[in-house]
Design a protein around this ligand. Structure first.
Ligand code: C2E
Ligand code: CA
Ligand code: CA
Ligand code: CA
Length: 278
């Protein structure tokens, strides 16, 4: 028994070492990726359910890994969060998305809002200065930037978070709660946070047409948003039936594969052109 205990321990150590080695390799790669600008942003259109027109974009990061190809955020954002690299990465995303949005406006496209995701651990004091600095440098009006935060990770130091969100609000930036309904104490956040928008998580949207609980949850969120004068967006809309349901419920905007996947800049521009000709 003693013997096997030792073996288990060795096995455990070697797994741990392999894992931390892999982590170290990834961490270094991530750092280099930032230097070499291996990241890119894909933009997913948000569509107004009443007019069918694009009402904004969400910026979603991708990593064009030299060997592994296009990596999705799930593959590297958790590591970025754990290592603190999320700070510089997000700053890059913010700058890039604001620059792009301003460029689209300068090119004569109708002004639209761009949404940028923030990890909860990023609601630090510096964030407010970072955001105002980026807005100043890019010349984007604050109202055309929305920051998406998730309830789950904003939990620590709620009062600090509220203070920062208020400061961002004062700048004129919009605040959205992402993945609404999946975190903790959603309703108390609604009361405490200076929120403009609720984004209904795609896990509720998926079965909205064949699960009465999901249907009830989604229509309740939409109704609540309306009563509180918040904008409401449903994410993960893949079928016409889901869209019909959401439109019936007067959900303002939708986002999902039904209309478009996240797209590289040039593809977005094609969509915007097409829309201008309508
Ligand atoms: P999210 O903010 O909830 O973003 C929506 C995710 O749903 C995106 O995945 C998008 O591609 C995907 N999606 C869009 N439409 C549909 C649909 O109709 N069906 C389904 N099944 N999925 C759809 P993506 O791009 O892989 O991003 C995953 C998550 O990574 C995001 O979830 C967000 O939490 C995080 N993320 C992305 N970019 C950033 C970033 O720049 N910074 C930070 N901190 N997190 C980011
Ligand atoms: Ca989001
Ligand atoms: Ca989301
Ligand atoms: Ca999510």
């Amino acid at each position: 028994a003693k013997e096997s205990g030792k073996n288990n321990c060795q096995l455990y150590n070697s797994i741990m070492n392999e894992e931390s080695l892999q982590q170290l390799v990834m961490e270094n790669a991530l750092r280099k990726a930032l230097e070499r600008e291996e990241f890119s942003i894909y933009y997913q259109p948000l569509v107004d359910t009443e007019t069918g027109r694009i009402s904004g974009f969400e910026a979603l990061i991708r990593w064009e890994h030299p060997e592994l190809g296009l990596l999705s955020p799930a593959d590297f954002i958790p590591l970025a969060e754990a290592t603190g690299l999320i700070g510089p990465i997000s700053e890059w995303v913010l700058r890039k998305a604001c620059t792009q949005n301003k460029a689209w406006q300068d090119a004569g496209f109708p002004p639209l809002q761009v949404s940028v995701n923030l990890s909860g651990c990023q609601l630090q004091e510096e964030l407010v200065e970072t955001v105002s600095g980026i807005l100043a440098v890019t010349g984007l009006s604050p109202g055309y930037l929305q920051l998406e935060i998730t309830e789950g990770n904003a939990l620590q130091n709620i009062n600090d978070c509220i203070e920062r969100l208020n400061a961002l609000k004062m700048l004129g930036v919009h605040i959205a709660i992402d993945d609404f309904g999946t975190g903790y104490s959603s309703l108390s956040y609604l009361k405490k946070f200076p929120i403009d928008t609720l984004k209904i998580d795609k896990s509720f949207v998926r079965d909205v047409t064949n699960d009465e609980y999901d249907a009830a949850i989604v229509s309740t969120i939409i109704g609540m948003a309306r009563s509180l004068h918040l904008c409401v967006i449903a994410e993960g809309v893949e079928t016409q039936a889901q869209l019909d349901f959401l439109r019936d419920q007067r959900c303002e905007a939708v986002q999902g594969y039904l209309f478009s996947r996240p797209l590289p800049v040039e593809e977005c521009e094609k969509l915007l052109f097409k829309q201008m000709k309508r």
